[in-house]
Design a protein around this ligand. Sequence first.
Ligand code: IMP
Ligand code: MG
Length: 181
Amino acid sequence: MQRDISKVLLTERELSDRIRELGKEITRDYNGKPLHLVGILKGSVVFMTDLMRTIDLPLTMDFMAVSSYGSGVKTSGVVQVIKDLSTPIEGKDVLIVEDILDSGLTLSYITELLASKDANSVKVCTLLNKPSRRHPDVHLEVDYEGFVIPDDFVVGYGLDYNEKYRNLPFVGVLDPKVYGE
Ligand code: IMP
Ligand code: MG
């Protein structure tokens, strides 16, 4: 499987060091208040489970699944809710946890959707950010971000290509020969 990776972008150590910093920042900002994490399936699962253990607050969690990608490497711009929240977020301080911000269409849709449900606050935490790929109509503010990365298709640490590579413990650049470019 590692033959399909042209370069390791973020090592296990780099990921865990940065996530610990994010956890400290979040813990400090919410100042003892209960926090409700909403992870976006499936890409955020690995990040979410590591991040939550670095946050020292009364914490609850939920997941949502949306599809915007189909199976390719380019976004379709169409966002569909596949799995909705299982508990109401009314009055809660919600932190959306996402794997990667690419065009930003997925996250801006979800942020607006959750903001319309009377949460006390809705903030965004993304592990990876590719600002160069942002769709011109998206003006999303990211509250917490792990790493800004270049415009390469990456996999591992939860991120997939055609549902594969999520179990790699690092983030690597997928060799373009795998998706035929
Ligand atoms: P956006 O709506 O274009 O921001 O796309 C966000 C979603 O696309 C992420 O949650 C990922 O599931 C997927 N995605 C975007 N870029 C990559 C990448 O480089 N590798 C793997 N998945 C990606
Ligand atoms: Mg994905």
